[in-house]
Design a protein around this ligand. Sequence first.
Ligand code: NAD
Ligand code: GLY
Length: 361
Amino acid sequence: MSTVQVDTPGGSYPIHIGAGRLDLLAQSIPDDATAIALVSNPTVDALYGQRVRAALEATGKRLIFIELPDGEAHKNWETLNLIFDGLLQNRLDRKAVLVALGGGVIGDMGGFAAASYMRGIRFVQVPTTLLSQVDSSVGGKTGINHPLGKNMVGAFYQPIAVEIDTDVLKTLPAREISAGLAEVIKYGLIIDADFFVWCEQNVDALRTLEPQAITYAIQRSCELKAYVVSQDERESGLRAILNFGHTFGHAIEAGLGYGAWLHGEAVGCGMVQAAELSALTMGLTSASVERVRALTQAIGCPVQPPDLGVDRWIELMQVDKKTEGGKLRFVLLPEIGQARFEAAEPDALRHVLEKTTIVQV
Ligand code: NAD
Ligand code: GLY
């Protein structure tokens, strides 16, 4: 087991990474917790619910279960309310602890519910997808989607612990592994060129979940994310670089309808578009753009964006938290391993957006 420590003004907590962590979840429940609310969905519950219940029952505390429907399309107010219904119907008090067991959708909604129930109860992230293990469970961004924009309603709220069981990745569909690897290579692109090279050299081991390779990738990703959020918890500066590829990616998700492309797939394709924009405006070499495209393709993500129409692309991208005063701003790369946050040059952006294709959804 390895531990990565996250230290932010909003809270300090460990990320435990290792095989079999699910069976040890009781270690993350504080002694003074009055009850535990386990939040998950039917897919994850069928696979791991029994084990997690057994682990949490070892605390001797009252355990309630709240089941949410599975999928990005349910990351909304209606589903969030199911958590509040469960907490209130069972009369959980301020000292209850919420445990979010699932991918990023469960983690983001569970975290937002914990942030707002009785103005804040403690919560533990138990991420079960690669994407949630390397990104969404760390750093305290929680929230839901609005029909007009992705993750537009939410809160910064840190968990008290993140428990990453690397074994659970074995039941993930290959497409979900690819989507998670997009966020892994993102860290190399924005902050650690050596890690990007390591990913290029280990892409087959990563895709087949070779234990040493995938554990190292998760640990390095968590270290890099912990470093960034400890400098800038609430995204007033540096943290924005974690959104590399996301302005394009969020437009793909909203434009095609949430769930048509996986979040990580949209981010992977968006990183290729952001690299192309970086070449036009930041001097990123065409060889580097090709490395971004080649690795994104090698991990199994789409590299050809959908044809949303240039005006629709721009309209969708304007509903982005990085937009300021109506100006679109992007995370761009002067070179691999370095990121800057800049306003887009309209002509360069249009040029990139014209390189799209028709996709059937
Ligand atoms: P997801 O939560 O929808 O999970 C993907 C699918 O895998 C779901 O059907 C889920 O039930 C299933 N699943 C989960 N664990 C499994 C397992 N071990 N075996 C088999 N199936 C399993 O998707 P995701 O990619 O984990 O998360 C995407 C979400 O995360 C998006 O809503 C995105 O906005 C959010 N996100 C948040 C942050 C953040 O900082 N908070 C960062 C990145 C992404
Ligand atoms: N995934 C972007 C962030 O956590 O800031």
